[in-house]
Design a protein around this ligand. Structure first.
Ligand code: CTP
Ligand SMILES: C[C@](O)(CO)[C@H](O)COP(=O)(O)O
Length: 220
């Protein structure tokens, strides 16, 4: 089986508030995107395509090794992944879609996703339980309902797919579709999605505190 990794790295990182695209923000001196590419490689994915902001291609080329292919991302994560998928070589039968913003994803998470794909599941996501009480609020922020959380999960990346199933699901999407992850794309196309264990260390760097936490994690 041949897996291609697509790294979504074309976001700007508004919530992080850095003065360069989030995927280029350094963690222990290396750009987040370089860590995320390494995570996929350490888990057994050799071919990597990275979707980058078009105007930053040169900076990404300097940040990554020459065997990583760069493509121009789009206005949404969905558009960026679609561009990466279009650029993957025909030889790949599996696709792992990963966020550049999850730099410290342990290789075991990647391996668990690949193992479930090898078992014949067409779509696999790593998940974690919800550990806080979870509520619904009204427009003023008042709590109107506590949600039972036993069956809720937080979804991480990399998310793994049979390439034919993912390509077919993307082909069904409207060109301007903007879904929050790729599992939602295949589910919209009727493909069942199974879960494997995620890992707290695969947390997404979204706000400044997440970057500080990642720095501490690297130093341990
Ligand atoms: N047009 C976009 C938007 C997001 N992403 C990528 O999708 C991943 C998850 O998105 P998120 O963490 O929301 O990143 P940003 O969109 O950059 O963050 P923000 O919403 O704070 O601007 C990131 O690795 C980001 O680079 C992408 O490839 N193309
Ligand atoms: C893809 C993702 O990381 C799965 O949890 C998440 O949906 C990305 O969300 P964001 O708001 O675009 O960061």
């Amino acid at each position: 089986m041949h897996a291609v990794g697509i790294v979504a790295a074309a976001g700007s990182g508004l919530r992080l508030g850095a003065d360069l695209p989030k995927a280029l923000v350094p963690l222990a001196g290396r750009p987040l995107v370089a860590w995320s590419v390494d995570a996929l490689r350490a888990g057994g994915v050799a071919e990597i395509v990275v979707a980058v902001p078009a105007e930053q291609r040169a900076a990404f080329a300097r940040a990554l090794s020459a065997d990583v292919r760069l493509v121009d991302g789009g206005a949404s994560r969905t558009a960026s992944v679609r561009a990466g998928l279009d650029a993957a070589t025909a030889g790949a039968d599996l696709v792992l879609v990963h966020d550049a913003a999850r730099p410290l994803t342990p290789p075991d998470v990647v391996r668990r996703v690949l193992a479930a794909l090898a078992d014949g599941h067409p779509a696999v996501v790593p998940v974690l339980p919800v550990v806080d009480t979870t509520v619904v609020v009204d427009e003023r922020g008042a709590v109107i309902e506590t949600v039972p959380r036993a069956s809720l999960r937080r979804v991480q990346t990399p998310q793994g797919f049979d390439r034919v199933a993912l390509t077919a699901a993307y082909a069904l999407l409207a060109p301007d579709a903007d879904l929050t992850d790729d599992a939602a794309v295949v589910r919209a196309g009727g493909v069942p999605v199974v879960t494997v264990d995620g890992d707290e260390r695969a947390a997404k760097v979204t706000v400044p505190h997440d970057l500080a936490t990642a720095e501490l994690q690297v130093r341990r």
